[in-house]
Design a protein around this ligand. Structure first.
Ligand SMILES: *[C@@H]1O[C@H](CO)[C@@H](O)[C@H](O)[C@H]1NC(C)=O
Ligand SMILES: *[C@@H]1O[C@H](CO)[C@@H](O)[C@H](O)[C@H]1NC(C)=O
Ligand SMILES: *[C@@H]1O[C@H](CO)[C@@H](O)[C@H](O)[C@H]1NC(C)=O
Length: 303
């Protein structure tokens, strides 16, 4: 072999070894999984999330995500990827492509509220990252159900479809007794005990941060501080960044000069529901709530 071609071979070998070393080094340095090959300029790289906001639907997940995005080291995925429930077949490279390019110290969070109630999601999340930090923001399950129903109602209205009536949909009869219809989504999504027990089969309670959506709505600051701590970050979100919108009656979030508020479909007035229907739903949810409290070792005042 000529000296020239052996030098070429040596050079190629050295480059390959160096790349392999780089990939190895990047993989082992980062706290969350680094996707080899997708390394971009300025030392930014695609990083899979180290935390997920999994629900609850209508619990304030969007506002929570916008709120935590105020932290200088938090980078969010703004759209719901639905990776673990719907798009899993697209593969982890597809999921990685949905992620922002971030610096080494930055934390990536994704939120898809359907994860909480999806049966396949916990095992899939565990397989990707058994140390995943899981954030659940709950609220009074009866109000949540009515809010969910309200959204379904307006979606159907827009599509000119038959409009549902909560009084008819929420209940069914079993052996002559009124029970909840747990196949009706707005009701099913409020059976927190059933959904959390699916998650607890894979993750211990320490992996969860459970936030109070009813508190968050009136005082986002305290819940955001809990989330900062849970993510291992210093408290850097300031009171002055939370701006109350008097018209919509909730907070907007101010990052630099830009204020981010929720869209028109959020904070919408609930469909009217009679006191009797409200009471019956609450009464039938009560045993589910109790079971939820014992599973998470914490109580909420949901009378
Ligand atoms: C159905 O209701 C009747 C009357 O209340 C009761 O005697 C019976 O045990 C119930 N059946 C079941 C399967 O719970
Ligand atoms: C509420 O529950 C009571 C007692 O079970 C029942 O008699 C009543 O018909 C229910 N009303 C509605 C609106 O569901
Ligand atoms: C439940 O909570 C109590 C008080 O907050 C705590 O002392 C206890 O260790 C917890 N138990 C479990 C199983 O997490």
């Amino acid at each position: 072999m000529s000296t020239f071609s052996s030098r070429c071979v040596l050079a190629i070998f050295t480059m390959a070894a160096f790349t392999a070393f780089q990939i190895f080094f990047l993989r082992n340095r980062a706290t969350s999984i680094v996707v080899p090959g997708i390394v971009e300029q300025n030392n930014l790289q695609k990083k899979l999330p180290s935390a997920l906001i999994i629900g609850v639907r209508k619990g304030g997940t969007r506002a929570l995500l916008d709120g935590i995005a105020l932290h200088p080291l938090v980078r969010i995925v703004r759209h719901e990827t639905h990776f673990f429930d719907i798009n899993y077949g697209k593969g982890i490279d597809w999921y990685a492509e949905q992620m922002p390019s971030v610096g080494e110290n930055e934390v990536v969070i994704e939120k898809t509220p359907a994860y909480f109630t999806n049966l396949k999601t916990p095992a899939r999340v565990f397989q990707m990252n058994p140390g995943m930090k899981i954030v659940l923001i709950v609220r009074h399950p009866t109000y949540r159900a009515i809010s969910d129903y309200t959204q379904v109602f307006y979606n159907k209205l827009e599509l000119n479809k038959a409009l549902p009536n909560l009084e008819k949909e929420a209940f069914t009869f079993w052996n002559g007794t009124q029970v909840l219809d747990d196949t009706y989504k707005p009701i099913r999504n409020s059976l927190y005990d059933i959904h959390i027990s699916n998650w607890l089969k894979f993750f211990p309670l320490e992996n969860f941060l459970i936030l109070n959506g009813d508190v968050f709505r009136g005082n986002p600051y305290s819940e955001l501080q809990k989330l900062e701590s849970f993510l291992g970050l210093e408290h850097q979100i300031d009171h002055s960044q939370l701006v109350f919108d008097k018209r919509k009656k909730f907070f907007c979030f101010k990052k630099t000069t830009r204020i981010r508020c929720l869209g028109e479909s959020k904070g919408r007035k609930h469909r009217p529901v009679s006191q009797q229907v409200f009471q019956n739903i609450s009464q039938l949810l009560a045993p589910h709530n109790e079971r939820f409290f014992s599973l998470i070792n914490r109580t909420f005042l949901w009378d």
